[in-house]
Design a protein around this ligand. Structure first.
Ligand code: FAD
Length: 335
């Protein structure tokens, strides 16, 4: 493989039923920076039906070019067809970098493309940088069970591939830019359609999504039980906050998986994050470290969460949370 043949930064533009996922715009923001530093084009690759409007949106958010395959069969994600079309476009155009959102779709698609092309893939990156001289993408993500942050390079294969969770990167301001929309063949054969969508069950959501929440009260194993988690919900309600959770608390069945914050869960940026009974493992921290103000409550004064918290309270939650609720109720009653 001659690495010099590979030029350009690509972003997989994920859409579902004609709506772009925000993470694709976030990746275009990062992709724009990488492409400018490498002095190459930023290309979005979009698969979907009647998606002309989405192509324009991708250009408005930073793409120089959009490669678009238009077919009713591509309206929603299909593992085999999406993998085949994108992999064959990569073989033809040879981009040096491909960025994919770490969504359910991206986590299915990216490893398949990487395997087909025989290249590497870094999953759940929390930051990306470029060495302009060597053109190597520096892909930073938690590794070895999350106890370390590592920076991975792909020196011998192309494209250099990374997935990034929603919320980690920021989109550019929308602006009216000029770009090129290029039609690519959908090239779908019956044998590619081993998986088909029978029906869609919409997830019923309470409250707004965690990613949009201004305030989050989050609970970990220190909360102790599902009943105590309900108490956390009461505190959140009084503060106008959403409830978040660590992975362990979700696995214990105390909170639903859409509440999980961290490497495997959501990335959040609220103005206020109250961490209750959370030790502060790196896999949790990567999902909430950009909160404006963090207050941590744990009975362990050595808990790593205190290292990143703006305010730390060493206390037993079972005593403190009822007191906080009582005080908030009194404050609200007095108004
Ligand atoms: C590949 C991988 C991905 C992962 N992804 C995620 C992820 O996305 N999100 C995530 O959160 N985790 C994730 N994890 C798990 C992560 O490593 C930690 O195990 C987890 O975050 C710890 O959860 P916790 O803080 O709730 O529990 P613990 O680490 O057990 O901490 C509980 C804390 O509560 C305190 N406490 C106990 N009782 C009380 C009390 N009565 N009052 C006050 N404080 C009390 C304890 O002192 C402690 O500080 C992942 C792990 C791996 C290997």
């Amino acid at each position: 493989m001659s690495l010099n043949e590979y030029r350009g930064v690509w972003v997989f533009a994920e859409q579902n039923d004609g709506r772009l996922r925000r993470v694709s715009l976030e990746l275009l923001g990062k992709g724009r920076e990488l492409a400018d530093r490498l002095r190459v084009d930023l290309v979005a690759i979009l698969l979907g039906e009647d998606a002309g409007k989405l192509c324009t949106e991708l250009i408005d958010y930073g793409a120089d070019k959009v490669l678009w395959a238009d077919d009713p069969e591509l309206r929603c994600y299909r593992t085999d067809t999406y993998t085949k079309i994108i992999a064959s476009q990569i073989m033809e155009h040879k981009p040096e970098i491909l960025l994919v959102g770490a969504t359910y779709v991206g986590r299915d698609l990216a490893p398949r493309i990487a395997r087909r092309l025989g290249t590497g893939l870094s999953a759940d990156c929390t930051s990306l940088d470029i060495d302009e001289e060597t053109r190597l993408l520096q892909q930073t993500c938690p590794a070895f069970g999350g106890n370390l942050m590592v920076t991975i390079l792909t020196p011998k294969e192309r494209p250099q591939m990374a997935t990034v969770q929603p919320g980690v990167m920021q989109p550019l301001q929308k602006s009216t830019r000029k770009g090129e929309i290029i039609s690519i063949p959908a090239d779908i054969e019956h044998k590619d359609m081993r998986v088909s969508r029978l029906r869609v069950i919409e997830e019923t959501r309470r409250g707004i999504g965690l990613e949009q929440a201004e305030r989050i009260v989050s609970g970990g194993m220190g909360i102790g039980s599902v009943e105590n988690f309900k108490m956390l919900g009461k505190l959140a309600e009084l503060l106008g906050a959403e409830v978040g959770a660590t992975r362990n608390a979700v696995e214990a069945g105390w909170a639903s998986s859409d509440r999980m914050i961290g490497q495997t869960g959501k990335t959040v940026r609220p103005t206020l994050y109250i961490a209750c009974g959370i030790s502060g493992a790196i896999q949790h921290i990567v999902g909430m470290k950009d909160s404006e103000l963090t207050i941590a409550i744990s009975k362990d004064p050595k808990a790593p969460i205190f290292q990143i918290a703006d305010y730390g309270i060493v206390a037993d939650l079972h005593q403190l949370i009822p007191l906080l609720i009582q005080e908030l109720l009194r404050y609200k009653g007095a108004r």
